[in-house]
Design a protein around this ligand. Structure first.
Ligand code: P1T
Length: 390
C-alpha cells in the first residue's frame, strides 16, 4: 500500500515498515557484520552484511520507491555505483556518454575502464537525431547526466530512451542533480538510474554514498550480483543517514528550487555577470525540454563573471562568506566551486573547454538558507572583484 502513495509521502513511507522486534519507527542501525544461523544455511534472511543488511535494505526499498523502480541498491559512493554498471560490460563493448559530465565519472571511464578494453565515445547528446549516428554495432550503454555537471545542459531523456530501446542499448541516467523530486528517469524510459547519494538524497553533507535503481528483474539480479561480488556496499550507519535524508527530500528540494531561482535571477540581472547557466531561465537553450521533463529547475547553477580570468574566478569564490568554498553539492548549506581547479580538474583542459567549462566558470550549489543572505554574499564578492581590478 505504501508504494501507492504520492511522491511526497513515499519519501517518508516508501518501502518502510515499523521494525518487527519493537515497532521502532526508524529502522535500527544493524551494526552487525554477520548473523547467527541455526544450522548451515538456516537463518532469518541475513547471513553476512556485504550480501545483505537490514538497515541497507530499508534504504534500498526507499530508493526503489522514490525512483518508481522495482529494485534499489546502495553503494559506498556514487562512483562505486557507476563502477557496478560498467562491470556489466566486457572488452570491446562501447559506451556512448554525454561530453559534459562530472570529472570523476570521466576519470573512471578513461583511466579505469578504458585500459580494460571498454571504449568510450564522448559526444554532445543534446540532439537525439545526431546521437543516433554515434551508436555503432558495439555500443552497449548510453550514459547521461541531466542536468549536466557543471554546465546545466538538459538532455531529452525520453527521446534518448526511445533511441536506446530501438537500438538495443541500455540507457543509464545519473539523476544526482535533479533527484526524483524533479524527474524520474525510469518513467521516461531509462533502464538504470544512478545517484551520488552523497548529494541531495543524503542532503546534509555528512555521508558519501551511491545508488542504483532499476525495474527489470534480470538487470537487478546482475547488478545485485556485482554489488555483492565486488563488495562496495554502503555501511549500516551511512544507510541510516541517507534514509533519514530522503525523508525530507521533497521539502528541501522545494526550497533549493526557490533559492536557486532567486540566485539565478539575481545573477542574470547583475552587470558584473556575463552568463548564468540555470535551466529555469527562459533564455537557457534547454528551457523547453526542462519544462517538459522536470517539475522545477533545481538549486544547481553555474555562471561566468564578466571579463573574468582564472584568477578572478578563484578570487571571487574565495571571497564568499555564506557560500562555503568546497567540492560537492546538494546539502542544506550553500557551496561554491571552481570546476576548472576542483571538480573537473581531472579532465584535460582542451576536453573541458569543449564542453564549455572555461577557466572562469563558477558553480553554485544553492542551499536552503535565507535567500537574501545568499544574494548579499554574492553582491559583496562580485563588488570585491570589480574593485580589485580597477
Ligand atoms: O562522490 P561520489 O558519491 O562518488 O559521486 C560521484 C558523482 C557522480 N555523479 C555526479 C553527477 C556527481 O556530481 C558526483 C560527485 N560530484 C562531486 C563531488 C561534485 O562536487 O561535483
Amino acid at each position: 500500500m505504501k508504494n501507492d502513495l504520492r511522491f511526497n509521502s513515499r519519501t517518508i513511507h516508501g518501502g518502510q515498515q515499523p521494525d518487527a522486534a519493537y515497532g521502532a519507527v526508524m529502522p535500527p542501525v544493524y551494526l552487525s557484520s554477520t548473523f547467527a544461523q541455526t544450522a548451515p544455511g538456516q537463518h532469518k534472511g541475513y547471513e553476512y552484511s556485504r550480501s545483505g543488511n537490514p538497515t541497507r535494505h530499508a534504504l534500498e526499498a526507499s530508493l526503489a520507491s522514490i525512483e518508481n523502480g522495482a529494485s534499489g541498491l546502495a553503494f559506498s559512493s556514487g562512483l562505486a555505483a557507476m563502477d557496478a554498471v560498467l562491470k556489466l560490460l566486457g572488452p570491446g563493448d562501447e559506451v556512448l556518454a554525454n561530453r559534459d559530465l562530472y570529472g570523476g565519472s570521466y576519470r573512471l571511464f578513461r583511466r579505469v575502464f578504458e585500459p580494460l578494453g571498454i571504449r568510450f565515445r564522448f559526444e554532445d547528446l543534446g540532439k537525439p537525431g545526431e546521437a543516433a549516428n554515434c551508436i555503432g554495432p558495439k555500443t552497449r550503454l548510453i550514459w547521461l547526466e541531466s542536468p549536466t555537471n557543471p554546465m546545466m545542459n538538459v538532455l531529452d531523456i525520453g527521446a534518448m530512451a526511445e533511441l536506446a530501446r530501438s537500438r538495443g542499448v541500455l540507457l543509464a541516467v545519473d539523476n544526482t542533480f535533479a533527484t526524483p523530486y524533479l524527474q524520474q528517469p525510469l518513467d521516461l524510459g531509462a533502464d538504470i538510474v544512478m545517484h551520488s547519494a552523497t548529494k541531495y538524497l543524503g542532503g546534509h553533507s555528512d555521508v558519501v554514498a551511491g545508488a542504483l535503481v532499476v525495474r527489470d528483474p534480470e538487470l537487478a539480479g546482475r547488478l545485485a550480483f556485482l554489488q555483492n561480488a565486488s563488495g562496495a556496499v554502503l555501511g549500516p550507519m551511512d544507510s541510516y543517514l541517507v534514509l533519514r535524508g530522503i525523508k525530507t527530500l521533497h521539502v528541501r528540494m522545494q526550497r533549493h528550487c526557490e533559492n536557486g531561482r532567486a540566485v539565478a535571477e539575481y545573477l542574470a540581472g547583475h552587470p558584473g555577470v556575463e552568463h548564468v547557466f540555470w535551466p529555469g531561465l527562459p533564455n537557457h537553450p534547454d528551457h523547453e525540454i526542462a519544462k517538459k521533463q522536470m517539475r522545477d529547475f533545481g538549486g544547481m547553477l553555474s555562471f561566468i563573471p564578466k571579463g573574468a580570468r582564472y584568477e578572478d574566478a578563484v578570487k571571487l569564490v574565495s571571497a564568499l562568506q555564506v557560500f562555503t568554498l568546497a567540492e560537492s553539492l546538494g546539502g542544506v548549506e550553500s557551496l561554491a566551486g571552481h570546476p576548472a581547479s576542483m571538480t573537473h580538474a581531472s579532465i584535460p583542459r582542451e576536453e573541458r573547454l569543449k564542453s564549455g567549462v572555461t577557466d572562469s566558470l563558477i558553480r553554485l550549489s544553492v542551499g536552503i538558507e535565507d535567500a537574501d543572505d545568499l544574494l548579499e554574499d554574492l553582491a559583496r564578492s562580485l563588488a570585491a572583484l570589480s574593485f580589485g581590478r580597477s
